[in-house]
Design a protein around this ligand. Structure first.
Ligand code: CP
Length: 311
């Protein structure tokens, strides 16, 4: 029997197993080879229809899912909440059920509310893929991040991964912590005390408030954006002070005297959490992460679709 995921939906990394992630990586390896061929398409999802439902802005995730679906030959429709009947008061369940009535099999959804993907999975008859739900999880970002570490360093187990920045508001941080823990990496977070959740150590990660010390420890630094759009109060005095204390710059990387891999999920605020010199340097694998997003999302969609295809 071919291997299958242990979950019917991709709602979060929490609830998945190490075997699930390894299966996604092995499948993504094959799709990465496909998308580097002159003919970048396979017929795997020819009978599957997918809606991309975005209630929040996105560049990378939306385009990456769309491309992954096209490379797999799925039929796709795109939905942007800002130009839909959601603006006339339609509920999430009504919106989705109306779309599903058009014979749609899978829903890829980004939503500002924590738990929106799980809620949907309990109320509609379709496979749900969480493309980011509020400050909760962004599972495919964590999958592509871990895959990119595996590609760059040959393994994830025992790699020391530092997550720097606004941990409090970050769905990327939470999903990365779950995924890296499952894969046996060592994880620390670093940022201003006001942006580190008080209970973070209960997730099995270390905390270091001094950026230089934290970088000295790390093999990989995954640098996160300050998510101003999720802040209703001031968490630090100014962007300038943030950049001085928690911005990753080349001076700091030279000072620590060792090579570390620099990652960023995007979008970048250049000059705040990372300087252009670092973001555009050979140390950074930021665009490799974006490239790997397509292959890993192809793997996720392919493996989930295997569970709903008629025999
Ligand atoms: N990394 C990420 O989720 O980027 P987008 O918001 O552009 O999709």
């Amino acid at each position: 029997m071919t291997k299958q995921l242990s979950v019917p939906h991709l709602l979060g990394i929490k609830g998945m197993t190490q075997e699930d992630l390894e299966l996604i990586f092995e499948t993504a390896d094959q799709f990465k080879e496909v998308i580097n061929r002159p003919i970048k398409k396979v017929p795997s999802l020819r009978d599957i229809t997918i809606v991309n439902l975005f209630f929040e802005n996105s560049t990378r995730t939306k385009l990456s899912f769309e491309l992954a679906e096209k490379r797999l030959s799925a039929d796709i429709i795109n939905f942007a909440a800002s130009s839909s009947s959601v603006q006339k008061g339609e509920t999430l369940i009504d919106t989705v059920n109306n779309i599903l009535a058009m014979k749609v099999d899978m829903v890829v959804m980004r939503h500002p509310d924590v738990g929106a993907a799980k809620f949907l999975s309990r109320h509609v008859n379709a496979t749900i893929v969480n493309a980011g739900d509020g400050t909760h999880e962004h599972p495919t970002q964590a999958i592509l991040d871990a895959y990119s570490i595996r590609e760059k360093l040959g393994k994830v187990k025992d790699v020391k991964v530092l997550i720097v920045g606004d941990i409090l508001h970050s769905r990327v941080a939470l999903s990365n912590i779950y995924a890296l823990n499952l894969l046996g990496a060592k994880v620390k977070v670093c940022g201003p005390p006001s942006l580190i959740p008080k209970n973070i150590k209960s997730l099995g990660v270390g905390v270091e408030y001094n950026l230089e010390k934290a970088l000295q420890w790390a093999d990989v630094a995954n640098i996160l954006r300050v998510q101003n759009e999720r802040m209703d109060v001031k968490y630090f005095p100014s962007g300038r002070e943030y950049a001085q204390l928690y911005g990753v710059n080349m001076h700091l990387l030279d000072k620590i005297g060792k090579e570390i891999v620099i990652m960023h999920p995007g979008p970048i605020n250049r000059g705040v959490e990372i300087t252009s010199e670092v973001a555009d340097s050979k140390k950074a694998i930021i665009l490799d992460q974006v490239e790997n997003g397509v292959a890993t999302r192809m793997a996720v969609l392919y493996l989930l679709a295997e569970q709903i295809k008629p025999n």
